[in-house]
Design a protein around this ligand. Sequence first.
Ligand code: GDP
Ligand code: MG
Length: 439
Amino acid sequence: LADRLQNTMAKIRGKGKVSEADVKEMMREVRLALLEADVNFKVVKDFIKRVSERAVGQEVMKSLTPGQQVIKVVKEELTELMGGEQSKIAVSNRPPTVIMMVGLQGAGKTTTTGKLANLLRKKFNRKPLLVAADIYRPAAIKQLQTLGKQLDMPVFSMGDQVSPVEIATKALEHAKNEHHDYVIIDTAGRLHIDENLMEELEQVKSIAKPDEIFLVVDAMTGQDAVNVAKSFNEQLGLTGVVLTKLDGDTRGGAALSIRSVTDTPIKFVGLGEKLDALEAFHPERMASRILGMGDVLTLIEKAQTNVDAEKAKELEQKMRTMSFTFDDFLEQLGQVRNMGPLEDLIGMLPGANKVKGLKNLQVDEKQISHVEAIIKSMTKAEKINPEIMNASRKKRIAKGSGTSVQEINRLLKQFEDMKKMMKQMTSMSKGKKKGMKFP
Ligand code: GDP
Ligand code: MG
């Protein structure tokens, strides 16, 4: 998608106002991205409508192309739709604060119970009590006890012959006696929403009077998540959502749907099976993920502030006319550098997180300084016309820049490759621009 979107962006570059046609074209891509990410159809429809209304006719900011301007609106609206950052957990003024975990079987309730307890202790220095109130799933109690042991935290349980309501009642008494400031109740789930389950949860709720009711949802359930969230919310009144298994390769479109259907904030995301794999929910990151663009939006934003749009245009012109020289190369290098450490930048590129091995790819700042030194040691003629570079010139430059002939050869090769690539790019886009002549 990112490529397609960028093509579209490139096409509608250099206009003063965002036109309806611009937006329409971009929205087609955004719509596809959202649907591919499993966002509910109706949510997508409303979203596109709202963004289009807002984007059309906007003045294009000086530093932006109309395409970037539209992306900006898309991002803002997506972030807005998912709510601000709301990873707060209630604090009752009459401790203990009670958190009730609900959700379907296998969503990650028990695991998240452990993760939350871990977070509460580590970050807020709290003393939580874990309560095993899932009496149906075989070994559910044992699972929570195992987590408790790993965390070195107490787990309250009464076996599986006692009703969850009674377990909750006794657990609260116990928590008060033992001065626990948090109680996290791990409840049972079913494979599907059913009446008995809901009734039982309502009973536990009326006894335990939880300050928070967190719905735990598997991010990979996609469309289904919406119905699940809706009925849990209607029956119990949720205070927050935890989206688990975001470490998988799901795009997480469920987040968007859940938020807009239940109007309940997503507070945390689960990023693995380990007990520290729980993070605050970041709407902006989620927006990028849903659009499948890595952090390309952030990249655009960074570029907005650092790369002068006029200069970029000039550069584009040079690429077209093939008068791109080593001086331009150097300038571009400088601009890229202004955007921050190269590692960060590369990490933001679309698809970069998918490229295995990328983590091992250390962008060598030293190497870049070498490139700079080499170019600065070239004469004007050499910069414009690298073909004249012979052995003695290379030796001179190597000496002047404190590098080696080998490095210079490598750079020359890179430069040639880059020019070739530009040539291909420009010949591809040639036919599309109207009223412009190319040399
Ligand atoms: P419950 O039935 O709702 O209590 O679900 P569990 O807590 O037992 O979790 C079901 C499975 O999902 C277990 O194998 C967990 O290890 C796994 N799980 C839970 N949260 C995450 C997560 O954020 N990422 C990954 N990869 N696995 C998770
Ligand atoms: Mg469980």
